[in-house]
Design a protein around this ligand. Sequence first.
Ligand SMILES: [Zn+2]
Ligand SMILES: [Zn+2]
Length: 244
Amino acid sequence: MYILRFANWRPQTDAILGKHLFSRISRPIREVFLQYHVFAVGPLEANCAVLFESPSGDAVVIDPGGDANTITRFLDEHHLTPRYFLHTHGHFDHVGALSALKKKYPDATYLIHQQDETLAMHADKTAQLYGLQALPATAADAYLSAETSLQLGASQITVIETPGHTPGGVCFYLNEENLLFSGDTLFQGSIGRTDLPGGNYDQLIHSIRTKLFGLPDEVVVIPGHGPRTSIGAEKKHNPFFRYM
Ligand SMILES: [Zn+2]
Ligand SMILES: [Zn+2]
């Protein structure tokens, strides 16, 4: 497990002061923090991220792909209440812990793109192809699309549709925090594989070029596997885009 957090992330602008969540009360405005922790879960070491706001304890779990106990222990130890389980796509290494988490936190909303829902519901079968085990996901509570925008305290999470690795692949973007969760669409120095069912190389390249590389260079990218990177670094060094 490795931990990332907004190390110096004090509310530096007015906007980050919880959009004045507490400004209507006469007490001094309290500071609101957004933090995130990333765990490498399951045998394929998928990056599962817990984003949470202090002091409310509201949390979002991105890609609970395995090791449900590690994730729930973290949530419990930090007194967090998961509001959403979000999935970048339906591959078993990104959905494997969903049903266990849903059982423990039935009030949290499970969201995935409609085109990847079936893939997630067959996570057990696809895991078997790798000689691994995973629990299938349940039916989604709601679907993600380009119109989806979710609120976590003062922060807004928007959905960017990036098909190519899977038909229903998406990325999660936090505009004010300059943060992108790119799933298996974009990695440090690489891109997602497209040889699995539903994969499409040209579509993936197009998604990254037109959707992700339009974001500011300084946006930090947390990929679905491996170390973090930035949009600027990938535009410059990623061998798949060197001649763009
Ligand atoms: Zn994948
Ligand atoms: Zn993956």
